[in-house]
Design a protein around this ligand. Structure first.
Ligand code: FAD
Ligand code: UDP
Length: 366
């Protein structure tokens, strides 16, 4: 008999939810994680008494009752509502696109006034949008596109908006009300005390090896368990045999400042192309912190290359089709479950990742 029922590669949210479900049913799990710490990209740590999101702002939001109920077993959530501001060459606009944005941009007060300006500008798109630029203009018109979308998006993704898929911009709400809530979801908040404690609770009944790369000895690790849950990049699992999928990477620069309030908001976006970072996060504002100092993180988009963290899948047609070919190979691996952002090459938010892991678990564990 093998020592473990499941080998789980990666301690991110997908792997950890699976681990929690499996151990709750008496299964024996080994988690291996190549990073020094656990939790994947939702990892948080305390600096100067402030909970710092080490891999960029993570705001929990969902309309999925089951996911909300599940995650509340592991943390209490505060009532933080994400209301970022966009800074375009020193001009400040509320996000997402709403009446506050339109009032500042067009000098209007009423929804009907904003609508008529945007409707006029939207006319330039006469067919179904085929790329992000056409999609953005058809949603909010050219002026908002030029100031708040084009520069931000092109530095974020390292390519022209005409070469990006439309769906990326459809993530953002457009509202004709004075409502700065970045998300439309019913539930939203930040777990009090951070995300890492959630992961610790989920995996408390597992054996864990950190700083352990699956590919250093995949046969040894696979031989230790009956089945594997793999949450790393799918192309890496198959030795890039069909070619490498493209990702977008990021570089985070964190600084402690000797002031109690640096920018007055948790997330400030920098929307012109010339500023090299996309946003500055001031972590204490996620928890309404009153510490004497503050901690900020600048997020610089970065071209992905082997060895860098693959943060975002690039879901254009070319990469999606390559992923489909890898998926066909994955289907033949009867003892391996491929899940999460990297193995499914999907732009999952945390709630979708949990929902997917719960669904996989149910299918697998009953
Ligand atoms: P990951 O967190 O990437 O975990 C995969 C793990 O596998 C990693 O720990 C990795 O080190 C490990 N691994 C990979 N290869 C190997 C190997 N060979 N051997 C061993 N271990 C390996 N979602 C929201 O809902 N709200 C937000 O505000 C939000 N903001 C985000 C901001 C940024 C900058 C990013 C990048 C993502 C954001 N997300 C947000 C999405 C969220 O991070 C994901 O939904 C979630 O982290 C996905 O978990 P995962 O387990 O699929 O992947
Ligand atoms: N976006 C933009 N301007 C902004 C914020 C976002 O153009 O001020 C675009 C950008 O293309 C980004 C997408 O909207 O990739 C989705 O934004 P979101 O904040 O959801 O990105 P994430 O948090 O996933 O990086």
């Amino acid at each position: 008999m093998k020592k473990y029922d499941y080998l789980i590669v990666g301690s991110g949210l997908f792997g950890s939810v699976f681990a929690e479900r499996a151990t709750s049913k008496g299964k024996r799990c080994l988690i291996i994680e190549k990073r020094k710490h656990l939790g994947g990209n939702i990892y948080t740590e305390k600096i100067e008494g402030i909970t710092v999101h080490k891999y960029g702002a993570h705001i929990f939001h969902t309309s999925d009752e089951r996911v909300w109920e599940y995650i509340n077993h592991f943390a209490e959530f505060n009532n933080f509502i994400n209301s970022p501001v966009a800074n375009y060459k020193g001009e400040i606009y509320n996000m997402p696109f709403n009446m506050n944005t339109f009032a500042k941009m067009f000098g209007v007060a009423l929804p009907s006034e904003a609508k008529s300006i945007i409707d006029e500008q939207r006319k330039e798109i006469t067919k179904t949008p085929e790329n992000l630029e056409e999609q953005a203009i058809s949603l909010v018109g050219r002026e908002i596109y030029s100031k708040l979308i084009k520069g931000y998006t092109e530095k974020q993704w390292g390519r022209s908006c005409t070469e990006l898929p439309p769906f990326i911009i459809k993530r953002l709400p457009v509202r004709y009300t004075y409502d700065n809530n970045y998300f439309n979801d019913k539930y939203q908040g930040i777990p009090i005390g951070g995300y890492s404690q959630i992961i610790e609770k989920m995996i408390r009944n597992c054996d864990v090896l950190s700083e352990t790369d699956f590919f250093d000895d995949r046969n040894k690790y696979l031989s230790m368990a009956d089945k594997c849950v793999y949450t790393g990049p799918i192309d890496a699992y198959f030795d890039y045999s069909l070619g490498a999928l493209e990702y977008r990477s990021l570089r985070f620069e964190t600084e402690i400042l000797d002031t109690d309030n640096y920018q007055g908001v948790a997330v400030m976006n920098f929307n012109e192309r010339e500023v090299p970072y996309t946003r500055i996060i001031e972590h204490k504002h996620f928890e309404f912190g009153t510490q004497e100092k503050t901690c900020i993180t600048r997020e610089y988009p970065q071209k992905w290359a082997m060895g860098l963290e693959p943060y975002y899948p690039v879901n254009d047609d070319k990469n999606n089709s390559l992923y489909e070919d890898y998926f066909k190979l994955a289907e033949k691996e009867k003892n391996v479950i491929f899940g999460g952002r990297l193995a499914q090459y999907k732009y999952y938010d945390m709630d979708k990742c949990i929902a997917s892991s719960l669904a996989f678990s149910e299918k697998e564990l009953g």
